[in-house]
Design a binder for this molecule. Structure first.
Ligand code: GUN
Length: 289
């Protein structure tokens, strides 16, 4: 079994991005600028946004964090989005999800100018991706694709089972794997024979948010296993009082598969690295003028 090291891969890519940014700036170009909008104080979102800001520093980007309290109105947030849409200094921005219940996430996502939507969540980017056109691709699927390429893992003709059908991971991942000429099955809570589907898979991508869901008896010997799960579970041995738990029962599955991503240190760092790739592309106006 080979461990897929997302942390090291992401670090190498961020270093490449930093070199490119240094060249752009040396040639008189503009430093890419990412803005993150964070509403409230959810622990998970705080950590993600902190790591995104740190990654910007590593890549030589300018970054700005805009904070709102939990009771911000939808109108105020939409005004913020509009301002960021108009601001020529801002190349890309994200509104960290989830948002409080009184705010319509879809309305906010739709309000973001798709040319600055480095999360790749706007319907224009989702639609362009499904048509195979240049666009911002949602960060987690793009990170997984980058890892598969980095480790020379063949996807053509392989049977890929994706567990989960979320808009952010499962759905776009299914399309990207089809572009990689894989035969794709998407399983979810209503799927029959989910275990059998997994047993036949050459590549399993687990993104259902159920800790330790994928067990060794579900995995074909030599399969590639990608774990997208990041459930926070209580852990008294940790200073924070919790740990991140993947969707895969790592120890037993690792003994059986050919490649596996750990949690943490697998897909997570690649997600942030993909956001950096998208921000660089936004700064270079690579997809949209
Ligand atoms: N919440 C969890 N993942 C993400 C992400 O990739 N982008 C945003 N904006 N919010 C998230």
């Amino acid at each position: 079994m080979q461990l897929i090291d997302g942390k090291a891969t992401a670090a190498a890519i961020k270093e490449q991005i930093a070199q490119e940014v240094a060249q752009i700036v040396a040639a008189g170009g503009k430093q890419p600028h990412l803005v993150a909008v964070l509403v409230g104080h959810d622990g998970g979102s705080e950590t993600y946004v902190k790591n995104k800001v740190l990654a910007c520093e590593k890549c030589g980007f300018k970054s700005t964090l805009i904070r709102y309290e939990e009771d911000v109105t939808e109108e105020e947030l939409l005004q913020c989005v509009d301002k960021l849409n108009q601001d020529d200094d801002v190349d890309g921005f994200i509104v960290q999800l989830p948002l409080p219940k009184h705010i319509d996430e879809q309305k906010v996502t739709m309000a973001i100018d798709y040319r600055k939507d480095v999360d790749g969540f706007h319907p224009v980017n989702v639609g362009r991706m499904s048509l195979g056109m240049a666009c911002f691709i949602s960060a987690t699927p793009l990170g997984i694709l980058t890892l598969l390429q980095h480790y020379n893992i063949e996807t053509s003709g392989k049977k890929c089972v994706i567990l989960g059908r979320s808009n952010i991971v499962g759905k776009p991942m299914a399309q990207l794997m089809q572009y990689g000429d894989a035969t794709v099955t998407v399983c979810h809570s209503h799927s029959k024979n989910l275990k059998k589907e997994c047993q036949e898979a050459d590549i399993i991508i687990a993104a259902i948010g159920r800790p330790d869901f994928v067990t060794a008896d579900m995995v074909k010997p030599g399969a590639v296993v990608i774990d997208v799960g990041t459930t926070r579970v209580p852990d008294a041995t940790k200073k924070s009082g919790f740990r991140l738990n993947g969707d895969v029962k790592f120890d037993e599955v690792a003994e059986k598969c050919s490649f596996i991503t750990p949690v943490p240190g697998g897909v997570g760092p690649m997600t942030i690295c993909s956001l950096m790739k998208n921000t660089l592309a936004a700064g270079k106006k690579e997809y949209y003028s």
